[in-house]
Design a protein around this ligand. Structure first.
Ligand code: F6R
Length: 242
């Protein structure tokens, strides 16, 4: 695992943008694994600018998102499909048909998980997987004690994740408690993985990811097993590292 500590969140987004642009220049047909949440937003803004300036193209890119809430259709403003369209896909020259997010409204969520896992394999696997990290060390929605060998499946979210994500929902709005997530095993199969973390509230999780024992208690610690994982953090998120 490679660790990159940068001064602030802006520098983290700049580094990540350069990395993604480099990937797409080397391999225009890349299969990208993408994430939602606040961590990748500044990266997506930079990628949109780079695309609009003609510095990078998404026209041959295929993407697979990590996760989606169960019970929300893709046109729901809190769904991750909606988030991705809003924050990235609608603003770059990607073929929307090649963008994949698990279907949270599928009649049979377990069948949807199997279909999604098979679709990733059929696309040739993920070349570069982007991750954020939950304050409890989750990656995707692989909550603590998820199997390190897990594949795409239905997970019930922990109280701490539901609370952390409640900031996106109105007080009287339905907030899902279950999600479809690619597994830790699915994530580890990516050829390269990049995890972004900024801010002091991520410091404990980053310590578990980078310095903790490889353990299901901190799902992000599984990245220590990956040959090409890079963890990019700002000084605040690195503040508990020895
Ligand atoms: C999002 C995802 C989650 C987030 C994590 C951090 O697709 O899979 O694991 O990356 O919850 O969220 P933020 O970036 O909002 O702190």
């Amino acid at each position: 695992m490679r660790l990159v500590i940068l001064e602030n969140a802006e520098a983290v987004a700049d580094f990540a943008c350069e990395y993604f642009v480099g990937q797409l220049k080397r391999q225009p047909k890349s299969v990208l694994g993408l994430a939602t949440g606040s961590s990748p937003v500044a990266l997506y803004q930079r990628l949109i600018q780079a695309n609009q300036k003609g510095e990078v193209s998404f026209d041959q890119v295929t993407s697979f998102n990590l996760d989606e809430y169960i019970g929300l259709a893709g046109d729901h403003p809190q769904s991750y499909r909606y988030f991705m369209n809003d924050k990235l896909f609608d603003h770059v020259n990607i073929d929307q048909a090649k963008t994949h997010v698990p279907n949270g409204a599928a009649e049979d969520p377990n069948a949807e998980c199997a279909r999604y896992e098979a679709a990733i394999a059929e696309a040739g696997g993920i070349d570069l997987q982007l991750l954020g990290i939950g304050v409890n060390g989750h990656i995707g929605f692989n909550e603590p004690l998820s199997s390190l060998a897990s594949r795409t499946r239905v997970k019930t979210l922990t109280k701490s994740t539901i609370e952390a994500n409640s900031r996106y929902f109105d007080a009287d709005e339905f907030q899902p408690t279950d999600a479809i997530t690619t597994g830790i095993g699915t994530i580890l199969d990516a050829k390269e993985v990049m995890l972004l973390a900024t801010g002091p509230n991520k410091a404990e999780a980053v310590r578990g990811c980078v310095e903790g024992p490889v353990s299901a208690a901190c799902p992000a610690s599984a990245l220590q097993l990956h040959q090409h994982a890079v963890v990019v953090v700002d000084e605040d998120a690195a503040s508990l590292l020895s």
